[in-house]
Design a protein around this ligand. Structure first.
Ligand SMILES: Nc1nc2c(c(=O)[nH]1)N[C@H]1C(S)=C(S)[C@@H](COP(=O)(O)O)O[C@H]1N2
Ligand SMILES: [Mo]
Length: 496
């Protein structure tokens, strides 16, 4: 082989261009759902270091606003798929990241197996002064010499090393530090990055670093001479036919662009199909993660966030107002479905069951988080009282807020969500009656809400009217396992 580009570098390099563009665009879609970045652990409104939105909602606003109002519709030109499709953007992001990590693993294995690592991993600190000198040479409009016997000049070797062995793992680690399941199971891991907000900010800066590298790298390819460089990276041989290399290389780039246009259009046109198809590839991993991880959060009172966002406008019906007017004295929680003893529990009944308390971090799918103390009854106790039928596999929580009245945008029906039984029996899965030592305020779900501490916020149904145990969730609502799953294409699996 002449030149220094083995065939597997050609293949993984191409896959990397393809996958990184998918990750960047879908990542921007996720950011558009909460286009604010914080170093502050609690993300209070107004304290962001970067706000990519003109809308301002204050912490002391007297008009009720919800986190969903903060979402921005970004153009499909930059976001995948764009137009407030957080659910689909996440599906693309998590599908792609699996392939990106696989590509990276194969690449790294081959780098070491082939001895190619020698060209990428500096083994002496002299790489630093040598790189500075190389940059100086570029600034004099000259090309620096390659390291003797190696394919790259020092600054090139150093920057490749940093991108491959530092930046890429950094993106994976900061990405993991945003998952509610990871944060709940390993609270100290989250603290390494300054909590979820720190991880979001760092992950974004990682994207900026990737973008800067890509721009510089492309510029360097141009000044080093496109046809020759293309021969190396397309045909694995710096002395190969340059016209052929250019033709194949440009065709490759063109195909990537066409692919992006097509999947963006298809995602926006066939939203349910996209959710199902990508869910097929994304959900299994998430389910394993959620099944094996229990929340180990035990924050202290002084960690409680001064400001806790609200998501979802409260029920507006007369029925709810009547219940609320006398402190929910007439409220009854019905528990039914596949149980031996259907129940109808008053608030007093619920308070007479063994009470528990937990101080935990709430992670909304959009990106914000906040710590509060929640007290109430373990769901497993209610489950024991009702006696589960063996066919029961999922728990459905029906809420009292009709979204057709408050959320509009073509959405309709009462909020509901479902969880698998294995989440229902976690010790920190509770029906909360109190928040920070006082009965739940209306906006936060009075009189009863679910807390499910390894999952995203949208699973934690507020204003619960009834709980039903079922064998199958596909005949409830539109069949995707919850209101937001049905109407916003979120994944029913919500540990990431
Ligand atoms: N009934 C109902 N429950 C709901 C919602 C809703 O709109 N209706 N929103 C969910 C979402 S997206 C989140 S992040 C949390 C927000 O809880 P909070 O308002 O107490 O912060 O509630 C969840 N539970
Ligand atoms: Mo949420």
């Amino acid at each position: 082989m002449s030149g220094f580009f083995p065939w597997w570098v050609v293949v993984t390099h191409f896959l990397n261009i393809f996958l990184l563009l998918l990750l960047a665009r879908s990542g921007l879609e996720v950011l558009s759902a909460f286009p604010k970045l914080y170093w502050h652990r609690d993300c209070p409104p107004g304290r962001e270091w970067l706000r990519l939105s003109k809308k301002m909602y204050g912490a002391d606003s007297r008009k009720l606003w919800t986190a969903m109002d903060e979402e921005e519709a970004w153009s499909p030109l930059i976001a995948l798929p764009g137009r407030k499709q957080l659910g689909l953007g996440r599906h693309w992001h998590f599908m792609t990241v699996q392939f990106w990590i696989m590509t990276g693993a194969v690449y790294v294995a081959l780098v070491f197996a082939s001895g190619y690592w020698h060209y990428l991993i500096p083994t002496h600190w002299s790489i630093v002064p040598d790189s500075i000198r190389a940059v100086g040479t570029y600034l004099h409009f000259q090309l620096p010499d390659k390291i003797p016997g190696e394919p790259f000049e020092p600054a090139q070797k150093l920057s490749y090393f940093l991108v491959i062995f530092v930046l890429a793992p950094f993106q994976i680690l900061t990405g993991a530090a945003m998952s509610p399941t990871v944060l709940a199971r390993f609270p100290r891991y989250g603290k390494l990055f300054g909590g979820r907000q720190g991880a979001r900010s760092l992950h974004f800066l990682g994207l900026v670093a990737f973008a800067a590298f890509t721009a510089l790298h492309t510029f360097m390819v141009i000044i080093h001479g496109v046809p020759k460089e293309f021969a190396g990276i397309v045909l694995a041989d710096l002395n190969a036919n340059q016209t052929l290399a250019l033709a194949i290389g440009l065709t490759g780039i063109f195909l990537i662009v066409v692919f992006h246009v097509v999947i963006t259009a298809l995602s926006l046109r066939y939203q349910r199909g996209t959710q199902r198809l990508l869910g097929f590839m994304v959900n299994p991993f998430e389910r394993v993660l959620s099944r094996v991880s229990k929340s180990r959060q035990h924050y202290r009172r002084r960690d409680i966030s001064p400001y806790f966002r609200v998501n979802g406008y409260p029920p507006t019906g007369e029925e709810y107002e009547r219940l609320a007017a006398d402190g929910f004295a007439d409220y009854r929680l019905s528990v039914g479905g596949l149980v031996q003893r259907p129940l109808s529990l008053s608030l007093e009944d619920l308070r007479n069951i063994d009470q528990t308390s937990q101080i935990t971090d709430h992670n909304c799918i959009q990106g914000w988080n906040a710590v509060a103390e929640w007290s109430g009854v373990r769901l497993s106790h209610v489950l024991d009282l009702a006696g589960l039928a063996p066919e029961a596999k999922h728990v459905v929580f029906y809420a009292m807020d009709d979204k057709g009245l408050t959320e509009t945008q073509g959405r309709y029906g009462f909020f509901y969500d479902t969880i698998p039984l294995y989440l229902a029996t976690n010790p920190q899965t509770i029906l909360a009656l109190d928040m920070n030592g006082a009965p739940l305020p209306v906006e936060y779900g009075a009189p009863v809400r679910l807390r499910l501490e390894t999952q995203l916020g949208f699973k934690m149904v507020k204003w619960i009217a009834a709980i039903e145990f079922v064998a199958d969730i596909t005949d409830i609502g539109m069949g995707m396992g919850g209101y937001r799953e049905d109407q916003l294409y979120y994944a029913n699996a919500a540990g990431i």
